[in-house]
Ligand binder design. Sequence first.
Ligand SMILES: NC(=O)c1ccc[n+]([C@@H]2O[C@H](COP(=O)([O-])OP(=O)(O)OC[C@H]3O[C@@H](n4cnc5c(N)ncnc54)[C@H](OP(=O)(O)O)[C@@H]3O)[C@@H](O)[C@H]2O)c1
Length: 256
Amino acid sequence: MFQSDLFKDKIVLVTGGGSGIGYTIAEKYLALGATVYIASRNAEKIEKAVAELSAIGDVRSAIADIREPEQIQALADHIKADAGRLDILVNNAGGQFPSAAENISFNGFRAVVNNNLIGTFYVTQVMAKTFFIPQKEGNIVNIIANIFRGFPGMAHTGAARAGVDNLTKSLAVEWVRYNIRVNAIAPGIIRSSGLDTYPPAIVKDIESGIPNKRMGTTEEVAWPVLFLSSPMSSYISGETLYVDAGNRLWGDQWKM
Ligand SMILES: NC(=O)c1ccc[n+]([C@@H]2O[C@H](COP(=O)([O-])OP(=O)(O)OC[C@H]3O[C@@H](n4cnc5c(N)ncnc54)[C@H](OP(=O)(O)O)[C@@H]3O)[C@@H](O)[C@H]2O)c1
């Protein structure tokens, strides 16, 4: 479906690109010719991923915490000095933990919203102002989650991801004048490193509630991300594409 040079000469930033879904997204962009920066907090994780992904293409490491605006600006300045431009931003970094809403501490709620919503806005605005707005060209794909029926069992991330879902729509309209497209992917339950921190019994239970009785793969999330950032989707903006095998429509939600 995709030409092998589809992203040739494109510069891509994947936050959280050192593991799981972000790693596979980076892998696919590299295979199709892009130069890819993968950024997160853990330098050891990023360097290991860069060492592995270098076999596929031009991958570069960046250490940054999306919750820290100064670190994000430093990351943008580094990409500008190193590559001169940025074409595609994939906001994939994030995390949460299962908990009944009444047991989430205020600090825990704040931490998840700070990371998944506010951190995403920091990265988006900094990259837009440094690159996409002056370039009059850019493409943003936000990774959110299945929030179609709320997010019982993880109310904090449901609220944060709903914020990013809405931000996707607002920015798609506000930034059309800069030729920036903004879309989101809402993965269902994906067999990925992000699930390692969840109690195994909860993960096993949730799989049986998916309509097709299996979790998605990281590849099944990555390909739609590439599609939304490619010329093949040039008339799509402000959209959230659910990649969940219909789980939003039918099936069990996370148990606490
Ligand atoms: N797996 C699923 O079923 C699923 C479903 C829906 C949505 N998602 C979302 O999809 C994304 C990827 O998930 P995954 O399963 O691949 O999990 P993962 O392996 O834990 O990936 C999350 C990545 O985000 C980075 N990160 C977290 N907080 C950060 C911060 N403050 N600053 C910079 N980087 C940060 C982590 O790296 P460092 O620790 O090095 O910072 C990590 O590489 C996450 O946002 C996740 O919540 C996953």
